[in-house]
Every structure is written in structure tokens, then in C-alpha cells.
Unconditional design. Structure first.
Length: 150
């Protein structure tokens, strides 16, 4: 994508058609955030995939070297960059490059985060949309027939 504008911000995904009708296709999503100015924090990858038992590394870029920096798992605790290591996670700040590197070792299936969280959010949004749609249809029917509940 070239000549990005703030209105280009949103969710995008890549997909690969693996085979025929009975074969599950693969897809991966990302969120693109286009800002007017350089953001205070950004990552190179929106989604990182690792192999069970292996490790993954993430680079977190920042602008202000004096700001407090942390690595957090959604719904769990955070590790501050100054602490360096906690459990299977290790953080190294390379202040000269304004980046901190996070490595998570000995990956297991419980390390999977956002996709399942996203599914829950989408399910709740779907239920809310259904409730709003039912309320709107009911209201329009009452309005059309001139019958309002007392």
C-alpha cells in the first residue's frame, strides 16, 4: 500500500486457498493504524506465530527513551523492561535504537492469546447487534401499527 491516509486504518487479512471445498483455507489478519504523526509505540508484526516448544521474538519500537516500557499478555500481568526477565519471557532494551526486544521461550498452546480473545469479542458484538436489530424491528412494527406498549 502506498500514500496511506488515516482513513485507511482498519482490519485487513491475507488468505490462501489451500485446496478444494473440503480443505480448510488459511488466513491471517492484521490491524493497520495510520496516524498523522509517528506513534509513541509500534511493533513490526501484528501477529506472531511460533512452534510449540520453540521461541518467538518481538520488537517494540518507541520514541521516548525515558517512558516506562512493559511487555504484557492480554488478561495477565506485565513485565517492565527494567526487570529484564520473568519466567519464560526476556526483555532487552536497546535504547540507542529506541527498541526493546522481547523473547518468549518454551512456547506452549496456552501462550496463544489474541485470536481466542478476538473470537469472544466478536461473539459479544454479534449478540449485541442481534439485540439491536430485534429492538429496531419491534419498534418499527409498533410504529407502523400505531400500537405502543403502555
Amino acid at each position: 500500500m502506498k500514500k496511506l491516509k488515516t482513513e485507511d486504518s482498519g482490519y485487513y487479512w491475507c488468505a490462501v486457498e489451500i485446496g478444494g471445498i473440503l480443505t480448510r483455507d488459511e488466513s491471517s489478519y492484521l490491524h493497520l493504524s495510520v496516524t498523522d504523526d509517528t506513534p509513541g509505540l509500534w511493533v513490526d508484526q501484528q501477529e506472531v506465530t511460533g512452534v510449540e516448544g520453540g521461541h518467538v521474538s518481538v520488537q517494540c519500537h518507541y520514541n521516548e527513551p525515558n517512558d516506562r516500557k512493559s511487555w504484557c499478555r492480554a488478561g495477565d500481568s506485565c513485565i517492565e523492561v527494567s526487570s529484564g526477565k520473568s519466567g519464560r519471557s526476556e526483555i532487552k532494551d536497546v535504547s540507542s535504537e529506541k527498541v526493546f526486544n522481547v523473547t518468549v521461550r518454551e512456547l506452549n498452546r496456552e501462550d496463544t492469546g489474541c485470536p481466542s480473545d478476538l473470537k469472544i469479542i466478536l461473539m459479544v458484538l454479534g449478540i449485541l447487534l442481534l439485540a439491536v436489530a430485534v429492538a429496531m424491528v419491534t419498534w418499527r412494527l409498533w410504529k407502523r401499527h400505531g400500537e405502543y406498549p403502555s
